[in-house]
Design a protein around this ligand. Sequence first.
Ligand code: FE2
Length: 413
Amino acid sequence: MSFDLIVRGGLLPDGTQADIAIAAGRIAAVEPGITAEVREVIDAGGKLVSPPLIDCHFHMDATLSYGRPRVNASGTLLEGIALWGELKQEQSREDIVARALDYCRQAMGKGVLAIRSHVDVTDPGFRTVEALLEVREAIRGKMDLQLVAFPQDGWFRAPGAERQVIRALDAGVDIVGGIPHFERTMADGAAAVRAACRIAAERGLMVDLHCDESDDPLSRHIETLAAETIAFGLQGRVAGSHLASMHSMDNYYASKLIPLIAEAGVAAIPNPLINITLQGRADTYPKRRGMTRVPELLAAGVTVAFGQDCVMDPWYPLGSGDMLDVAHMGLHVALMTGTEAMRRCFQMVTEAPAQVMGLDFGLRVGARGSLIVLDCAGPIDAIRLRPARLAVVSDGKVVATTQPARTAALPFG
Ligand code: FE2
């Protein structure tokens, strides 16, 4: 038996130590002390070896555009949408491609090997879609990019948006998107949810809606999304992104809603870095946190995966592409400081988004040969320190390495 790559002596997320052997891009063995012929060895030396980080909610057509055409002064979602409306008129396809590829390299260096990006299909010139389809091809073999046909200006609110969604799907975009809370009325929002689910059912696709990104406790499009998921037989293929209004909902209503989400097999994708800053802007004090009810959704058996959402764009001035930053913020906002809860937060940026995206990642025989080696002693330490990604391996190939920074400080006394 011979292998292409062996990662020796890694500490796996479950606390066991093992070598991992990869052959022909797939994991061929996970066991201690593998002896075989091998082309390349990475000595993990007891450091954490994990499945790759995955970001299942991003906006790659807007990333790294911070300050264009100007900074978001109110810090709100709505001003961000208005700024993006101006930027998308003026940016070229080449500009979008260059920024997106720059971002992908940064994220890959942080161990992110798959991204689900929404792409605004209401750009009349269609440059956003063409650009991100080009990026998907350019990074193929190193990173996976799933694209969501996202009518940013509203399914019904933007003239011709449904036609643009279909045009994007015909061009090769993977998933049906939407933004029901941005429609003019609750009734239009519900109709938009239904239309998205119908198209997904007809075409055998997944659905991922921006859903209830609002502090309005009566924004209940997630209820319609769960019900329509069941009605169209889409269980396991649908995600509700953000779900921020659930933070503000009446507790009795939430106790009825959460089992419906679980029954429908709808996944939840909170984006903690973004909603901790976008939401609560109309509050005085106390200011609401604006993140959905993560522990309660998990307890009900709902798949919950954290997303990055934005890096340096009209909605968010910071971000580095590091999903461990996202897990760190999510852990704090959700008050998930118990030992098991913190480990769960690590899963919400590795295993859970892989499940949402239908990707065959994981440290098991037969899975894709993709993993990362982190300069730390376990998943909780990874969130605490956000350490160097010593090696990033994609389908058996080393695609990034990082030398850890070393600080020298004088002793006291
Ligand atoms: Fe988003």
